[in-house]
Design a protein around this ligand. Structure first.
Ligand code: FES
Ligand SMILES: [Fe+2]
Length: 425
């Protein structure tokens, strides 16, 4: 159970709220790079942390993220003309560059200096891993973009999708903290290995895994241990990485050396979030049958199975094939579990058990980080130097280890290796 004030502190993301201020200290995903594929293409609307923004790619290929409403009299720049290194409002022709500088005010008399006095709100952007990342925080506090191993991956080794979630960002993120739901929500009765990975038999072997949340410099490292009999343990190591990412060892034991999955739960506003799914393969292109979300997400980034259509649940399938009756893809299962809690779940109503211990650890970490910013301190995982940007310890593991071995010591040992993912199975 969480007091109401803490629930508000964790979920509300406008610029004046503690979580809004915390989120604004990091680079966060703003859109897919493919949404603005080429210079001077049409701009796209981006709602981020409760702000209505507009992304565009200028003639030189640079990305700008501006307030959607023109600084002159507020017309939406979505309808503007993207031309000659700037976006021009269709009402009176004011033109802005990617930094929000006013380049032209053609309805003003010659010699007017109005354009030098006005600035459109703009936020810096960087492109990496098929995503346009934005920084919405104070200019003098802008950090470096984190150097996760997948940030500079070749495009063909990456599969990045996004879908809108009809609930607070935290509900999505909490789904990443909770390894025990794998044994239920995603259970298949047919023995089929789900597309996108997973070791269903291992999840089923022990439905009450032993969980541990370890505080790290970047967030929480989460260990879950399932007993596979007297001799061995199925160990999963996943991470909550500041401010809103889950790093998950998908692909199961056999897929583990190939890569892992990142789910980012970016707040759109207090009651909606954008879930980014980033899959990568270290040494090969993503194959067609690994593109598990192509048929699950519509062109408008709405899920085909969604809250409004009850996730197209099939009760017969629920009897015969899987736990949910919502097909084999985890995206719909997770969405149903989290969106049906309501737009912002009131956590003062919940009843937590031992299986929620990592959820509790993550909330505590986030609350401490939000309070740190409130008191003028720097929050965790703000990267300012190359040394801080050595982030190889943010790592996912899924493996079997002997029951005699201490899982925590195993992880520390494993991560000392250059290729930690080549676990001893
Ligand atoms: S409202 Fe945009 S130029 Fe006047
Ligand atoms: Fe899940």
């Amino acid at each position: 159970m969480l007091p109401r004030e803490d629930n508000d502190m964790l979920t509300l993301v406008s610029p004046d709220k503690p979580m809004g201020k915390l989120m604004r200290r990091y680079w966060i995903p703003a859109l897919l790079a493919t949404e603005i594929p080429e210079p001077d293409c049409p701009p796209v609307r981006v709602r981020l942390l409760g702000e209505d923004l507009l992304a565009f790619r200028d003639t030189q290929g640079r990305v700008g993220l501006l307030d959607e409403h023109c600084a002159h009299r507020g017309t939406s720049l979505f309808f503007g003309r993207n031309e000659e290194c700037g976006l021009r409002c269709i009402y009176h022709g004011w033109k802005y560059d990617i930094d929000g500088q006013v380049l032209d005010t053609p309805a003003e008399p010659a010699g007017s200096t109005l354009k030098d006095k006005v600035r459109q709100i703009s936020y810096p952007c960087k492109e990496a891993a098929g995503i346009t990342w934005a920084y919405l925080g104070p200019k003098d506090k802008q950090p470096l973009l984190p150097n996760y191993e997948w940030m500079k991956m070749a495009p063909e080794n990456l599969y990045v999708t996004k879908s809108i979630q009809d609930c607070s960002w935290l509900q999505g993120l909490e789904g990443e903290c909770d390894s025990s739901h794998l044994s239920f929500l995603h259970k298949s009765f047919t023995g089929d290995r789900p597309r996108g990975g997973g070791d269903g038999d291992l999840y089923a072997a022990d439905s009450a895994p032993q969980l541990e949340g370890i505080e790290m410099d970047y967030g929480i490292r989460m260990l879950s241990c399932r007993k596979l009999g007297p001799e061995s343990i199925y160990l999963r190591v996943s991470n909550i990485v500041m401010p809103c990412h889950g790093f998950i060892p998908t692909g199961g034991i056999n897929g583990n050396p190939e890569g892992y999955t990142i789910h980012s739960h970016v707040p759109v506003d207090d009651t909606h979030s954008m879930r980014y799914n980033i899959h990568f393969r270290r040494n090969r292109p993503i194959e067609l049958d690994e593109r598990q979300h192509d048929e699950e997400i519509g062109p408008d980034f709405k899920k085909i199975r969604n809250l409004q259509n009850n996730y197209l649940q099939d009760r017969e399938q629920q009897k015969r094939a899987n736990f949910t009756g919502m097909g084999p893809i985890f995206l719909a299962h997770d969405a149903c579990a989290t969106e049906t809690m309501g737009p912002i779940y009131d956590r003062s109503q919940e009843h937590l058990g031992v299986s929620d211990m990592t959820v509790i650890a993550v909330r505590k970490f986030l609350l401490n980080a939000a309070r740190a910013v409130e008191s003028g301190k720097e929050p965790p995982h703000i990267i300012r130097s190359a040394k801080q940007n050595d982030v190889r310890h943010v790592a996912c593991i899924a493996t079997k280890i002997p029951a005699s071995r201490d899982p925590k010591a195993y992880v520390v040992e494993q991560l000392k290796k250059d290729k930690y993912w080549e676990a001893e199975n």
